[in-house]
Design a protein around this ligand. Structure first.
Ligand code: URA
Length: 232
């Protein structure tokens, strides 16, 4: 990979800003100044900027406990976006799926496009568990209705597992992720969702993360997520 791309990928600046750093002699490779932006960086090379090593990370994986009021997009004119809550080296991160503006909870963010695609594919049935509060008592019959699958107009939901916790509080596990799916399912049984939080996404949960906080996934967690992914 070219030296200027390496540095830009690691967020040392735009392509032209890093070219400037290179030209000014601020970049060393194996402790020797390199002034050629097209220098091909080898795996064994140690790249540094003003003496600080810049190691290369190809993929990054983060788990965010999304707060309400943030939108799952890269940029938006009206609302703050979840990307503002993450400090990372890579600038090509995207959320895996979406949560509504007023939904909180687990959202995975990565630049691993293949994994993103795999996790979102309806074929793979990644379970997502939500905690919901409603404006009206949740009917007992909803458990069977959700399990059977329901007609939501544009699609029929796959079997989903509902656990009623209190009259107006429940946990729901779905295995797909259509637009406003949880809210629409509750609406279908006569309840409007007044609070929604995603507790789990596949094997990932919110343990130890307060609202608005994020963390990197461990190697083991990444392996578990990729477990059933076909290899190239
Ligand atoms: N279902 C919804 O209705 N909203 C979300 O944010 C996620 C799932």
């Amino acid at each position: 990979m070219r030296l200027d791309k390496y540095l830009a990928d690691m967020s040392l600046g735009t392509r032209s800003e890093v070219k400037d750093l290179i030209r000014k002699g601020k970049i060393t490779v194996n402790e020797k100044t390199v002034k050629d932006a097209s220098y091909q960086v080898k795996d064994s090379d140690i790249v540094a900027c003003e003496g600080q090593e810049v190691s290369y990370v190809e993929y990054e994986y983060y788990l965010l406990n999304k707060p309400q009021g943030y939108i799952c997009a890269l940029e938006d004119k009206r609302y703050p976006v979840i990307m503002e809550l993450i400090t990372s080296r890579r600038k090509d991160l995207v959320p895996v799926g979406r949560l509504d503006l007023d939904t909180e909870g687990v959202i995975l963010i990565t630049n691993d496009g293949q994994l993103n695609h795999f996790l979102l594919s309806p074929k793979n049935h990644v379970p997502k568990t939500y905690y919901a509060e409603t404006d009206a008592p949740i009917p007992e019959t909803a458990v069977a209705e959700f399990e059977k699958g329901m007609d939501l107009g544009d699609f029929r939901s796959a079997p989903a597992q509902l656990k009623i916790l209190e009259e107006r509080k429940a946990e729901l596990t779905i295995h797909e992720g259509k637009f406003h799916q949880v809210k629409r399912m509750f609406e279908k049984v006569g309840c409007t969702v007044t609070f929604l939080k995603r507790l789990r996404f596949g094997p990932l949960d919110l343990q130890g993360l307060s609202t608005g906080e994020f963390r990197s996934l461990s190697k083991e967690e990444i392996e578990v997520l990729k477990k059933d992914q076909p290899s190239d």
